[in-house]
Design a protein around this ligand. Structure first.
Ligand code: CU
Length: 105
């Protein structure tokens, strides 16, 4: 079963990677860098924790709701922006961290 799931994810990754773009957002000094992004639906955001402590990234925005949970130092987490709209991202651990992503069609 695990093999089937892995194969599916691999295939999905290949089929979306042709047009989708990857954007890197670094969490450093309790700040998202950059803190504003303009992307297209289907693009991937790679959150890179470059601090020595845990972070989080979540959004309650209707366009792309997500919560990456506890993100350890040095850990990368990938989130795909599925629908167009304004996505406000925050860190549950550090309420002052904000990132705005404009997802275009
Ligand atoms: Cu944080």
């Amino acid at each position: 079963m695990k093999k089937i799931v892995t194969l599916f994810l691999f295939t999905a990754a290949i089929s979306t990677s042709i047009y989708a773009k990857d954007w890197v957002v670094v969490q450093k000094n309790k700040t998202f860098h950059p803190n504003q992004l303009k992307v297209k639906a289907g693009d991937r955001i790679i959150f890179k924790n470059d601090d020595g402590f845990a972070h989080n990234a979540f959004s309650d925005s209707e366009a792309d709701e997500f919560d990456i949970g506890m993100q350890k130092p040095g850990q990368d987490v990938v989130v795909t922006m599925k629908k167009p709209g304004k996505v406000e991202v925050e860190c549950a651990i550090h309420p002052n961290m904000h990132l705005t992503i404009d997802v275009e069609k």
